[in-house]
Structure formats: structure tokens, C-alpha cells
Design a protein around this ligand. Sequence first.
Ligand SMILES: *Cc1c(COP(=O)(O)O)cnc(C)c1O
Length: 355
Amino acid sequence: MIHNFNAGPSILPKEVFEQAAEAILNFNNTGLSILEFGHRTPAFTAVMDEARSLAKELMQLDENHQVLFLHGGASTQFMQVPMNLMDLKDNAAYADTGVWSSKAIKEARLFGKVDVVCSSKEKNYSFIPKNFAVPNDAKYFHITTNNTIYGSQWQQIPATSNILVADMSSDILSRQLDFNSFGLIYAGAQKNMGPAGVCMVVVNETILGKTKRAIPTIMDYRNHIAEGSMLNTPPVFAVYVCLLTLRWLKSIGGIPVVEKRNNEKAALLYKEIDENELFNAQIEKEDRSKMNVCFRMNDDTLEQTFLEYASKQGIVGIKGHRLSGGFRASIYNALPFESVQTLVDIMRQFTLTFG
Ligand SMILES: *Cc1c(COP(=O)(O)O)cnc(C)c1O
């Protein structure tokens, strides 16, 4: 039995894999593979429409919020957001809470002024900043709701009168939020939604069209909205797998149910880290991520031994990111509670043997 804690691409529900495999051979009983299927056919436009409407339903989006499935991953959004939302003379506010935020900041600087209104960089990104002010004239305020590499997460979405933009790549659809309070949300699919190769964007269309800059056709969100995410060939298979995941999420009861499961998984694992004498967590308790649980050993010379010990028992993907070291267990929506229980049991056995 394998327990997949990979950070991304990462685990998806087993039934999604089964249905995706089936569609590769015979999509919707057409006798054709989804991989050889035209994106403008009624059968595929139905997939795109259902994926968009299910995302809207699960996130309870209002009529101004449009759902797009775009190419280029979350990293393309680092430039597409500022390109659409500000002019060169404008400024935008950013919170610097980890590697991905700082990459977003770097790209935004190509399109206008960037005001880094708060940062946890000096303390190795071990907390979420609390007291800061966002200038009123900032065209938008950008946060990374979950910091995949360091394992911190905004537990409270900051109140702001500015347009709020969020990179939700690693906690999209994992917890209930007022998604309508965001001007724009983006999420690379490969953490919690589907395979790599597609990025979901949720945008309040009333915030678009306010800049003077010339925007390349494929970069302008308005064109994607007008064409229903079919401006050019969409990543057909990736969108289909997202649809299967969205259907799965709805079938288990939607975001409230998955949030409860996610809370239980995170609580179990952090409890063990806190109580086990060999392990510790670096992130401030109140800011700990419920998606990417980062931890270390008090004696770091034991880390390699633990990694081998755990991997012999089917644990995959817990080696920490090269920037943060230690371990990272990604416990996304699709990861079963039993996998977390197994990891915790292994930590206990290890402590009995080596502690
Ligand atoms: C993985 C990740 C990204 C990068 O996504 P790509 O799809 O590879 O561009 C950006 N932001 C966050 C928070 C991530 O977890």
C-alpha cells in the first residue's frame, strides 16, 4: 500500500484515476479516446461547461465571478494578473509569505510598482504577518493563501477595501471561504484539483478593462470569458480530469465535508509532531498549513534514516523542499485519513526504535 504525500503533482481520488483511464480508451462511449477528441465538439464543450458550473456551485460564486481554465500554470498568472489589473504608473500591494509570493512579486514589477506591504522573510517565512496596512490607491492586494513550500497558511483572509487577488494553488477547494470577496483567484490544478497543465482562474469580471495598456489577445481575461475558455485549444484532458475531481468533491458533500476531513488529518499529524520527542514544526502554531505539514527532527542526522524507514513502509513524497529541508507531508483533499494515520504510526514506531 502506497501513501502519496507528494506536494504537486499530487494525489487525486482513486475513482478519478479510474474514470480518467477509461476516458483515454473510450470517452463517453464514443469509441474515441479523449486524447483524440476535438475541443469544439458538443461532448467536450459539455465537459468544459460542467467543469465551470460545478466550480461555481461548489464555491458558491455569484454571477459576476467567472471561472476559466487556462494554460500555463499558476506561474503564468504571476504576470497575467498585473498585466490585466494595473498600468505601469500604478502600484499594487503584495504580501511576501514564501517562495511563490516572491516569484509573483518579481513578475509584477515588470508591469507596475509593487509595494511589499508585509513579509515574513526575515524569520524564514515561519509565520503569516498580522499587522500591516495596504495603501488605498493600490490597484489590488495579492496574497498566497497557502505557502506550499514552508507550510504556512492564512487562517483569516485579511480584510481590505482593495481588490483582493489570491494565489490559491495549494489550498483551492480545501476550506470554506467567501470566494466572492476576491477579485481574482488562481490555482494551478496539480495540487488539489487535477493534473498539471491547467490553471483555474476565478475572476470578478467587473474589475477588468480598467487599464490602458495593450494586452496580448491570449493574455486578456476578457477574451477567455467571451470564448468560454475556448479561445484556443484548451488542455482537454487536464480539464476533463478536473471535472472528474469536481464531481467527486460534490459527491462527498462539497467543501464543508472535505474541510472537516482536512482539519482532522492536520490535527492528527500536528499532534504527533508536537508530542513526539524526536520531531518539531517550525511554523507558528496559529499559521500552520492544513495542506502542507512541514516538520523536522530535533537531531537532523536522523532525518535520512527516518526517510528510509518511512519509505520502506510505503510513505512517498515526504522529503521537504530543498529550500526548507526536513519533511513536508502534503495532505491534500484526496489523501485519505488512513494515510495520515499510517505516517503517525510510523513516527511512533521509529521513536520507540531510535528515540
Ligand atoms: C505550485 C505552486 C505554484 C506554481 O504552479 P505552476 O502551475 O507550476 O506554475 C504557484 N503558487 C503556489 C502557491 C504553488 O503551490
